[in-house]
Ligand binder design. Structure first.
Ligand SMILES: Nc1nc2c(ncn2[C@@H]2O[C@H](COP(=O)(O)OP(=O)(O)OP(=O)(O)O)[C@@H](O)[C@H]2O)c(=O)[nH]1
Length: 397
């Protein structure tokens, strides 16, 4: 998906797929495969920086708690039998701190890119299980530990940390199992009971957070589809489906620069329906609209290359930009378009020939050209086509 926020460069076919998905819904938080890939690319935008900051924050909090451990537990006053436990706590704190420092360094140093999900999963697992382990050490040492802090860790898994809900659920299940296993294996009696009670609360927390995450992701997906539709509408003409003037101006500018750099030819063909005012007067505006759609289809058929561009510039004036086409190619395509419109046989009593025709002006991009200069040459050629009998193509000298 630019995301491309203002103009979402989707094709007509993609737009149909987006609209279909929007109609079908996505209650299971999954799009059709192509759309899913586009959504994931959009979903991942700007994530690396956010994760780097989050990782730094967690690391700082973890280091602060680690630094406070000796103050809170006063190891020199612990009975010798508990020194082993103190070492265990220090080890757990140290391992998690080392992993967090490494993860933060990695996230700041290089974009996580393809490793992002693995990075998130590994960091989350170490922090949740390490957090639970540290908490059980505290309990066994007889110190005060607000175990409820573990609930925050569980809820944190459902924050926008780069996983979809489908990816978060198995991770949360593994983390909860790991945390509960630590409690069951390390604790006994009342402390174990209290930890198991907390494990139950963790499951409830996970369910509540998952409920919120479901609705957040649903809204995010819906917004993605709607943004594509809006972007398409911003760059296209509602009647013919062709690019509008705004998108045409943007793309023509880029195309002119591109061919000048690549040394390729570029042709601009301007088209204007002949005696269209009379057509509207005789057949009515709705028939005029249908006639414009026919002309748009005929012009669209001229554009077969990926960088070709067909636009409605306003009223009954349209344009075709042919990337890499020589003047002879462009002339041939324009003549074929005239013949194709003739074949459509749209009656036009107010025209010279009795059926709907159009006049075409062709100009080739020249070295050092600006889009405006190119447009003006094509416009002069169109003017000549109009004034030399209409329903023909004239190339700028
Ligand atoms: N049906 C319909 N008509 C439109 C639309 N946009 C512009 N027009 C009409 O197109 C006509 C353009 O008329 P003119 O600019 O005088 O040109 P023309 O009659 O085609 O004459 P020539 O260009 O000299 O052949 C006007 O009557 C506009 O109302 C549209 O979206 N739908």
């Amino acid at each position: 998906m630019p995301t491309q926020d203002t103009l979402f460069p989707i094709t007509e076919a993609q737009r149909t797929a987006y609209a279909r998905q929007l109609r079908q819904g996505f209650g299971r938080l999954r799009f059709e495969p192509d759309l899913e890939a586009a959504f994931m690319a959009d979903f991942d935008r700007g994530l690396d920086r956010r994760l780097a900051w989050l990782s730094l924050l967690i690391t700082v909090v973890w280091l602060v708690f680690t630094a406070l451990d000796p103050v809170r537990m006063q190891p020199d006053r612990l009975p010798p039998a508990q020194l082993g436990l103190w070492t265990e706590l220090l080890l757990v704190r140290g391992v998690v701190a080392a992993v967090l420092l490494g993860a933060t360094w990695r996230a700041w140093r290089h974009p996580l890119g393809a490793h992002r999900r693995r990075w998130v999963v590994a960091t989350a697992l170490v922090v949740t299980v390490g957090g639970a382990w540290g908490a059980t050490c505290y309990l066994r040492l007889g110190g005060f530990q607000p175990l409820e802090i573990l609930l925050l860790l569980v809820a944190g898994l459902f924050l926008p940390i780069g996983l979809t809900l489908r990816q978060t659920l198995p991770l949360a299940a593994v983390c909860l199992t790991g945390m509960s296993a630590v409690g069951v294996l390390q604790l006994e009696g009342a402390a174990q009971g209290r930890f198991l009670y907390l494990a139950g609360l963790m499951v409830l927390t996970a369910l509540l957070a998952a409920f919120g995450a479901y609705h957040r992701e649903y809204a995010q997906r819906e917004q993605f589809l709607l943004r594509a539709e809006l972007g398409w509408q911003a760059g296209h003409d509602a009647l013919t489906g062709l690019c509008n003037r705004r998108l045409f101006d943007d793309r023509l500018q880029a195309l002119v620069r591109q061919v000048q750099r690549d040394g390729l030819p570029l042709a601009l063909v301007l088209a204007d329906v002949d005696h269209f005012k009379r057509f509207n007067d005789v057949y009515g505006h709705p028939a005029g609209d249908a006639a414009l759609q026919t002309v748009a289809e005929v012009l669209q058929a001229m554009a077969s290359r990926p960088l070709d561009l067909v636009a409605r510039l306003g009223g009954e004036e349209m344009a075709v930009v042919l990337h890499g086409a020589s003047q002879a190619d462009a002339m041939r395509l324009a003549t074929q378009a005239l013949a194709a419109l003739r074949e459509r046989g749209v009656p036009h009593a107010g025209s010279e020939q009795g059926w709907l025709g159009m006049s075409l002006g062709l100009a080739m991009a020249e070295p050092g050209d600006t889009p405006l200069a190119l447009y003006q040459r094509a416009d002069r050629a169109l003017y000549q086509a109009k004034h030399s009998g209409r329903n023909r193509v004239i190339a700028a000298a």
